[in-house]
Design a protein around this ligand. Structure first.
Ligand SMILES: NC(=O)c1ccc[n+]([C@@H]2O[C@H](COP(=O)([O-])OP(=O)(O)OC[C@H]3O[C@@H](n4cnc5c(N)ncnc54)[C@H](OP(=O)(O)O)[C@@H]3O)[C@@H](O)[C@H]2O)c1
Length: 284
């Protein structure tokens, strides 16, 4: 990659940012598609976000990703926010359109792309989501936008599950319900897709479901935790002979969706595989 006076900057705003995989995704794609852009990370402390966004405007930064802890607060500093990002209440991607900063959320879209890429059709599907945090909210909005029939949220506590259920019921014509009960075998009889959006399993061998459960029907099992790559939830899905979707797929696909927003280029399956290979090599 040759940086010159015409190079456009795309960046990440977050705190901390050292662990981010986004520079590897985007610098690979900028080079592959011959775009004179470069992707760098800025560590923006909590409390400095307003100045960070003023900096984007002053420096005419072309585009940006936003990560923890700024995804919710950033909305107040933007000029426009995409409809689904407004419902989600968080933005992870910004495009600077001639000085107008427009916000998007590609987390749920990236997750949905992982399912569609696997050849599944979401229309009419019944989905159970474990957890009711920020990622559940973004995934649920995109599943609802893709006409699933039912979303059931299972969370250990009520408040956030109830809030997401209310928001989905107000905005989409699908069935949405929640429960704080532990998942039992019979609960899985009527669903098609089971998704873990809690951090359970991140860096540990814990599993968000009782691993002795053997479902009576075939499920698509999806984890959004990506460290370790093979979580115990994914292993539970494989042990039962189910199709599985890994956390890394959402991580890569949310990046590909952001790349499309900035460049109007849809990266290929080959790009996805190449990026996945860097990632898997980097954690060996
Ligand atoms: N693959 C990707 O691209 C991607 C993207 C985003 C996030 N993630 C991962 O997804 C995970 C969740 O992120 P998030 O932003 O949604 O987090 P979050 O907003 O903090 O929400 C976490 C949810 O999990 C529940 N939870 C947390 N610990 C639990 C436990 N020990 N037992 C049962 N439930 C528990 C919480 O329940 P309460 O409501 O009761 O607190 C909450 O509903 C993280 O591990 C994150 O790294 C992956």
């Amino acid at each position: 990659m040759k940086i010159n006076s015409k190079t456009k900057t795309v960046c990440l705003l977050g705190h901390p940012i050292e662990q981010s995989f986004s520079p590897s995704i985007h610098n690979y794609l900028f080079e592959k598609y011959n775009k004179n852009y470069t992707y760098i990370c800025f560590d923006v402390n909590p409390g400095d976000l307003k100045k960070g966004i003023q900096g984007l405007r002053a420096l005419k930064i072309f585009g940006c990703n936003v990560t923890i802890p700024h995804k919710v607060d950033v909305i107040r500093y933007l000029d426009e926010v995409d409809k689904n990002a407004k419902l989600i209440g968080a933005v992870n991607t910004i495009k600077n359109e001639g000085g107008i900063l427009k916000g998007y959320n590609t987390d749920g879209k990236g997750f949905v792309k992982s399912i569609l890429d696997k050849g599944y059709d979401l229309k009419g599907k019944k989905v159970m989501i474990i957890g009711a945090g920020g990622s559940c909210r973004s995934i649920a909005v995109e599943l609802a936008s893709n006409n699933v029939e039912l979303i059931e949220i299972r969370n250990r506590s009520e408040e956030r599950a109830k809030n997401i259920t209310l928001m989905l019921n107000e905005n989409f014509d699908i069935k949405v319900q929640y429960s704080t009960k532990k998942i039992e075998t019979a609960d899985l009889d009527s669903i098609d897709i089971l998704i873990n959006t809690t951090p359970i399993g991140m860096g540990t061998s814990e599993c968000p479901i009782d691993e002795s459960i053997i479902p009576n029907k075939k499920l698509l099992v999806c984890d959004i935790v990506y460290k370790p790559h093979d979580t115990n939830f994914i292993k539970w899905g494989c042990k039962n002979g189910f199709d599985t979707i890994y956390g890394i797929d959402m991580l890569i696909n949310q990046g590909l969706e952001a790349f499309y927003i900035w460049t109007n280029i849809n990266p290929t399956k080959e790009d996805q595989n190449a990026i996945k290979k860097f990632y898997l090599d980097s954690i060996k």
